[in-house]
Design a protein around this ligand. Structure first.
Ligand code: IDP
Ligand code: MG
Length: 139
């Protein structure tokens, strides 16, 4: 079922830098409603499972060790056209290419440590949200 929900993570670099509040504020001010949220830390194995679609890409090992290097904040967000609008709000994967005013332009430090994750489709938003949150944790 197509949803108006997307899934995000505030990544270890942004948590470490004290940007949970700043990023969450941008998300809420852009009209997204937080319907689930969790502060947690991934093991390298769980990070590997989450990013399994990228397992053939050259940066997979770096990505899994980076994503398990410190705590993250996972959240499910609700808004009309959530997936596409959230991708616009976060900006390009590489902060050097991200548009002015986007979360990655403001907070990301590199193509790897790029502050936030955003689902790329309704289908993946559902899969990724289910990866972190049980039925009872989604409201
Ligand atoms: P996205 O997060 O913008 O959807 P993807 O291509 O799905 O970008 O890549 C997933 C994550 O892998 C990125 O957010 C980034 O953390 C990391 N990544 C992507 N490309 C590179 C790279 O060339 N070097 C290192 N890490 C990368
Ligand atoms: Mg992606």
């Amino acid at each position: 079922m197509a949803t108006n929900r997307t899934f995000t993570m505030i990544k270890p670099d942004a948590v470490e830098a004290g940007n949970i509040g700043g990023i969450t504020k941008m998300i809420e001010e852009a009209g997204f409603k937080i319907v689930a949220m969790k502060y947690t830390r991934l093991s390298p194995e769980i990070a590997g499972k989450f990013y399994e679609v990228h397992s053939e890409r050259p940066f997979y090992g770096e990505l899994c060790s980076y994503m398990s290097s410190g705590p993250i904040v996972a959240a499910i967000l609700e808004k009309d056209n959530a997936v596409e609008d959230f991708r616009k709000l976060i900006g390009a994967t590489n902060p050097a290419d991200a548009a002015e005013g986007t979360i990655r332009k403001i907070y990301a430090t590199s193509i790897s440590a790029n502050a936030v994750h955003g689902s790329d489709s309704d289908e993946n938003a559902e899969i990724e949200g289910n990866f972190y949150f049980s039925e009872l944790e989604r409201h």
